[in-house]
Design a protein around this ligand. Sequence first.
Ligand code: NDP
Length: 258
Amino acid sequence: MGIMERMRLDGKVSFVTGGARGIGKAIATAVAEAGSHVAIVDMDIDEATKTAHEIADTIGVKAIAIQADVTVKEEVDAMISTILDTFGKLDVAFCNAGICMNIPASEMTAEQFRKVIDINLTGVFLTSQAAANVMLKQGKGSIINTASMSGHIVNVPQPQCAYNASKAGVIQLTKSMAIEFAKKGVRVNSISPGYIGTDLVLEAPHLKVLIDQWNAMAPLGRLGRPDELQAIAVYLAGDTSDFTTGSDFVIDGAFSCF
Ligand code: NDP
C-alpha cells in the first residue's frame, strides 16, 4: 500500500477540543477528509453544531457536536462517555482549546493568570488524561496537544507571560505523558504553531494592530493559515507515525529560529 493510502484514517474516531472554529476546525476537517469520524468539542455549542453539520454534509463521515468546558473534569468525562456511546471507541484526541491574555506581568491578577493556565494547561491535562484512560484500555491511541511557538520563545511586543508559561507547560506535559505511555501503545505529541490567522488573532482588537509588526519580524513575512497545520495533524493521528511520540512539531515559518 502506498504512503497516501497508509496515511488515511478510515474508520478511526477522533475528537477535537476547541473544534468549532480556527485551528481546531481545520484539524477536524482534515482528519474527516482522511476518513475519521469526529466529535467537535467546544464551549460554543451552536458553532460546534454548525461545524459538525458542515463536516458531515460535505465529507460524509459521522460528525457530532459536544458542549464541554475543558477545565471541568465532569464535563470532560461526560464528553468521553458521549463519544464512546456514539462510536464505541476513541482513536485520536486533539487537545486544542486555548485562550490568550495580553497583560503585563506586573499587573496581571492571580485570577487572570489562573484562568489562562486552567484552560491552556490544566484543560489539556484533563482532556488528554481522559482520552489516555480509554486508549490505555484499548492498547492503542494517539493524543495531539496544541502547544505554540510561545512555548519556545517570548513573543514581542505584546506581554503574555501566562500564555507563554502555559504553552511551555503543554510541551513538557506532552513529553511526560509520552514516556509514561510509550510501551502501552498510546502516543502523545504536540504541535507548536506560529502566528496563525484565526479569530484568536484577527478578531482581538489588541492583537490585530500588531500583525504588521509580526509580519516584519517573520522570515516568510506573513501569518500562517489554519490549513497549513492540517497535514501534520493527519500524520500524527494515523498509523504511519507509530514511531513518533514525545515530539513537538514547530510549524511557524521559521519565526522562532532567531
Ligand atoms: P480560536 O479562539 O479561534 O478557537 C479556540 C476555540 O477554543 C474556540 O472555539 C473557543 O470557544 C474554544 N475554547 C476556549 N476555551 C474553552 C474551554 N474552556 N473549553 C472548551 N473550548 C474552549 O483559537 P485558535 O484556533 O487560534 O487557537 C486554537 C489553539 O491554538 C489554542 O490552544 C491556541 O493557543 C493555539 N495557538 C494559536 C495560534 C494562533 O496564532 N492563532 C498560535 C499558536 C497556538 P469560545 O469561542 O466559545 O470561547
